[in-house]
Design a protein around this ligand. Structure first.
Ligand code: ADP
Ligand code: MG
Length: 295
């Protein structure tokens, strides 16, 4: 049982906004503050998994995270999948996650049709890899990650989920499981639509699942010093009034640390963005009630 682990999803359906970079460095910063972190890579592309040096796990055979998510009899597989990294534990993505959107969509349809259309449900079951009629209940697909995380036998202070760059079942399941979002966004005009859609997606999920999703903050990422950067930061502050808007500058060192398989805190050169990530980690500790530094 993870019991009280604080759960946080780093999300934005736009690709390349810095989800993976922010998730790894927030995890690194929390580790600096003495917290035990589980990093969950639920992006089928497995960028974090490969970046953190776990390419083998990405290509490994079942049962994988896909099975833990889509087969209720395989939830506890999560415990055997965890790989240790110097700064955190990692629940790696796997190539099989490429089937997850399809599988969870079938599960949702089976749920919707389960009352009046037994034939259709049977037909859907025959198209599924893991999903069985007998496992389906309302909210089954949305609850997939929550159920898998609930099967963890190790205690963590934090579970950080790096989500995929698209709207869909995996992202819904990530937001549902964590109910806390940290949103990395580029300081360019294209971010406006991405953020508006994210706000709509979260509102729809809150309504549908009867939950409240908290915004931990926005990470304005790859910030330079142009007028557009300033305008976008003003826009983030206006849209997320009352929530922190952090600024991470464009730094090649962030890419280099990622390529070296670590956060900037474990990188051999100091990087001047450490303070920002430590601030985000400190805000998380405040928000989730971790007060004592335990390092
Ligand atoms: N602040 C930054 N400065 C420089 N490069 C960055 C920064 N943040 C992210 N990147 C780079 O941008 C690319 C996309 O970032 P990534 O974290 O993979 O985004 P996402 O996970 O949202 O798709 C990566 O090559 C990453 O190294
Ligand atoms: Mg990513």
């Amino acid at each position: 049982m993870t019991g009280e682990a604080a759960r946080l999803c780093v999300t934005n359906a736009k690709g390349g906004t810095g989800k993976t970079t922010v998730a790894i460095n927030v995890a690194g910063a929390l580790n600096e503050r003495g917290r035990d972190v589980l990093f969950v890579d639920i992006d089928p592309q497995g960028n974090a998994t490969e970046g953190l040096g776990m390419a083998e796990a990405y290509d490994s055979n079942p049962p994988t995270l896909f099975d833990a998510l889509t087969n209720p009899t395989k939830r506890s597989a999560v415990n055997d999948l965890i790989v240790e990294h110097d700064e955190m534990d990692v629940l790696p993505a796997n190539i099989d996650l490429l089937h997850a959107e399809h599988e969870l969509t079938i599960a949702d349809l089976m749920d919707k049709l389960s009352g009046d259309h037994p034939e259709a449900v049977r037909a859907l079951e025959s198209q599924a890899i893991n999903t069985k009629r007998k496992h389906i209940s309302p909210g089954y697909a949305m609850g997939a990650l929550d159920a898998a995380l609930s099967a963890l036998e190790t205690d963590y202070d934090y579970i950080i989920v790096d989500s995929p760059p698209f709207y869909g079942k995996l992202t819904d399941a990530s937001i549902y499981a964590t109910q806390n979002v940290l949103i990395p966004a580029l300081t360019e005009a294209t971010s406006e639509r991405a953020i508006e859609l994210l706000i709509e997606q979260v509102a729809a999920l809150e309504d549908h699942a009867n939950i409240t999703v908290d915004t931990v903050g926005i990470v304005a990422n790859r910030v330079e010093q142009t007028k557009e950067d300033d305008m976008m930061i003003d826009w983030f502050n206006a849209v997320f009034d009352g929530h922190p808007v952090w600024e991470v500058r464009k730094r090649v060192a962030l890419q280099r640390a990622f390529s070296a398989g670590k956060s900037i805190f474990d990188y051999h050169q100091p990087v001047d963005m450490e303070a920002v990530f430590l601030e985000i980690a400190a805000e998380c500790d405040r928000k989730f009630g971790y007060t004592e530094l335990t390092q």
